[in-house]
Design a protein around this ligand. Structure first.
Ligand code: NFS
Length: 676
């Protein structure tokens, strides 16, 4: 018996994933199978072998002190009568779930905002002329954000108004921006960019963020044992930190990246593992901060490096991106996207990845183990993100000699080209994508030339051709079938005339599926949205960039409010948010700033709140009364999209524009019947 048990255990440890059940994508399926043939485990296999903890999933495991972990699972059959569950200190399920939830917000907001800080520091050093490899690429964007920091863009000399020196403006904006992380008084500058009624709601609730770091620190304090023990008060601080992320750290990251590296405009490119080439040096950049990847792009595209690659027997250098780094270099340079979060190991399993360079966030430690099986050089670059495995190189990237560092990395990849083994297998799948949309380019493509810049978009929402707007974002999750939720939700939305704004790994999933092309409109959209897309020449799914660029969605929504006719606040808009396959703490922070900016937001997979029904109800019902937005959970992707559509319709009705849509969607026969 004992022996048998041991054998069963061993068998369990060797469980492998069924490639077809693991992903809807052919390239991914092929590579999972190939990894299994080679005896290399990937996240898909590990997800089979290790099941998540049911108590943790319910959000009611407290390990904030050493008397625990205290676990308060829901009794089988639910709670009857009074809920008497409590931890050693007496913490209730609501307290524990709320503490865990806002610690996730703290983690997510910290990740986005620390990334933003890094960009702000580089921007300051560029403005002060201390970093010579970067320059201000978009002076117009700098001029457009300067007023939010109370930085003057003009000077008066002898009664004459003159343009102020751009370098002076840059230094002042950079100093003030960097100060947002730790200023001693006041509130974040960008909060005033929100529609006035939203700002007033935040003010009334006492959740205007003071500075970015403080709100995160305060979460850590309030969730320490014996501090805040009221879930409503805890989530209030979660709100403050989430707003500091969306309207602070993330928005600053986006804006300053645009100033430094250029504001994205639509570009054409490709996506999926098939973008790698067997006769080229394949250099994969993975992570989040474009500070490093911008330089790698410049280095890899330099004639000297291309020549060097040719001298080593390659036809050239093929760059590819993974995760949000992919989105950053895609939207500004059209660099193809190699993989989503879940495909990162698979990029190495092709055997054709000569170097993978990573910075921060969403980088799996198992990359090192996979790289060990191939010739791939895995290079960490950020002082805060190293790996313990000894086959990982660390080349610390410093903005003061950025180009030098980037060239060193590109050269390493080129020199490694000759070390490739015979075992190269690159899947053929890839799809065309148009990406690089933003507040500015939506204005250009969908704007009217006479009446408010978002007029055409608003007009098409009012007349019902476009039913509403959805922001569908977020990660992949090894607990759900790769890309299935993303694609099913998005297809259901556009089929029902809802235009989709995407970022993050959802953007990559949509690109792989071919949804980011204007041609997708006639195939997948309802008649109203198809007509708009075909007239204007845009895809029905607009890729707005990386996860920090969710701030672009907030600002686009604000522009829609400003253009008029659709209410006075974001919460009035026929709009909804979604993260079908979320997994990171960043997603919780994003979800919460969407909700508290007035957006109905549905998550797939699970929410770590189910073990505390009262707290869960507070998030999904009560928050709507305060901010106009609320959380929801729906695992089934079609129902998930349908819930968003129902919310959109509810908002259309409240705006009195529900009838317009009925008119637009009447077909010929019903029109004729009406005329008769
Ligand atoms: Ni967003 Fe970017 Fe992807 Fe999720 Fe990770 S890459 S910041 S967190 S996994 S979407």
């Amino acid at each position: 018996m004992e022996k048998k048990e041991k054998a069963v255990k061993k068998e369990k440890a060797l469980k492998v994933a069924d490639p077809v059940k693991a992903s809807i994508d052919k390239a991914t399926q092929e590579m999972i199978a190939r990894a299994q043939d080679l005896g290399i485990d990937t996240i898909f296999d590990r997800a089979e072998s290790m099941k998540p903890c049911n108590i943790g999933m319910q959000g009611i495991c407290c390990k904030n002190c050493s008397m625990g972990p205290c676990r308060l699972p829901l009794p089988k059959g639910g709670i009857e009568g009074e809920d008497t569950r409590k931890g050693l200190c007496g913490a209730t399920p609501n307290t524990i779930a709320a503490r865990n939830f806002i610690r996730m917000i703290a983690g997510g907001a910290a990740a986005h905002s620390d990334h933003g800080r890094c960009v702000a520091e580089v921007f300051l050093s560029v403005a002060r002329k201390e970093s010579h490899d970067y320059a201000i690429k978009d002076a117009d964007k700098l001029l457009s954000i300067a007023p939010y920091f109370d930085v003057a863009t003009t000077v008066e000399v002898d009664g004459e108004v003159l343009d102020r020196d751009i370098d002076e403006i840059a230094v002042e904006v950079a100093e003030k921006a960097l100060n947002e992380w730790g200023k001693a008084e006041g509130e974040l500058y960008y909060l005033k960019r929100a529609p006035a009624p939203l700002y007033e709601k935040w003010k009334k609730q006492g959740v205007l963020p003071r500075n970015i770091d403080r709100e995160i620190v305060e979460i850590m304090h309030r969730t320490h044992i014996g501090v805040d023990q009221d879930y409503k008060n805890l989530i209030k601080q979660g709100t403050r930190a989430a707003i500091a992320d969306g309207w602070g750290g993330s928005m600053l990251a986006t804006d300053l990246q645009d100033v430094l590296f250029g504001t994205p405009y639509p570009v054409q490119s490709e996506a999926n593992l098939g973008v790698m080439k067997d006769d080229h040096v394949n250099l994969i950049v993975h992570g989040h901060e474009p500070v490093l990847s911008e330089m790698i792009v410049a280095a890899a595209q330099s004639p000297a490096m291309v020549e060097y690659a040719k001298s080593k027997g390659a036809k050239g250098i093929q760059l590819g991106g993974i995760c949000c780094t992919a989105n950053e270099i895609l939207q500004r340079h059209g660099i193809p996207t190699a993989a989503t979060f879940l495909q990162q190991e698979l990029a190495i399993i092709t055997g054709a990845c000569d170097a993978m360079v990573v910075d921060i966030q969403c980088i799996m430690q198992n990359l090192a183990n996979v790289a060990k099986c191939f010739h791939t050089k895995l290079i960490t670059t950020h002082p805060i993100a190293k790996m313990e495995q000894d086959n990982v190189m660390h080349i610390e990237f410093d903005e003061h000699h950025a180009m030098e560092d980037a060239e060193k990395i590109v050269k390493l990849a080129i020199d490694n080209f000759k070390n490739r083994g015979a075992e190269v297998m690159i899947p053929r799948q890839k799809n065309t994508q148009i990406a690089g949309f933003g507040v500015e380019s939506i204005e250009y493509h969908l704007g009217g030339s006479f009446r408010g810049t978002y007029y055409t978009l608003n007009d098409n929402i009012i007349n019902g051709r476009i039913r509403g707007i959805a922001g569908v974002v977020g990660c992949n999750n090894a607990r759900t079938r790769h890309n299935e939720g993303h694609i099913a939700v998005v297809k259901e939305l556009i089929k029902n005339d809802v235009i989709v704004l995407t970022t993050g790994c959802n953007g990559i999933a949509c690109a792989m599926e071919g949804l980011l092309t204007p041609e997708a409109a006639s195939v997948y959209c309802g008649p109203g949205l198809a007509e708009v897309c075909e007239t204007v020449g845009i895809p029905p799914v607009l890729h707005l960039g990386s996860c920090v660029d969710n701030s672009r969605i907030l600002l686009a929504a604000t522009e829609v409010v400003k253009a008029g006719g659709l209410g006075k606040d974001i919460s009035d808009l026929p709009a909804a948010g979604s993260a079908p396959e979320w997994m990171s703490e960043k997603a919780i922070s994003i979800g919460h700033y969407f909700v508290t900016s007035g957006v109905y937001t549905v998550f797939g997979y699970m929410l770590p709140t189910s073990g505390a029904p009262v707290f869960h109800d507070y998030l999904s019902k009560e928050l709507e009364k305060i901010y106009g937005g609320m959380w929801d959970l729906e695992v089934d992707p079609v129902k998930h999209a349908q819930k968003m559509i129902a919310h959109i319709d509810k908002k259309r009705k409240a705006l009195g524009i529900d009838k317009a849509r009925e008119r637009v969607l009447m077909d010929m026969a019903s029109r004729q019947a009406l005329e008769a």
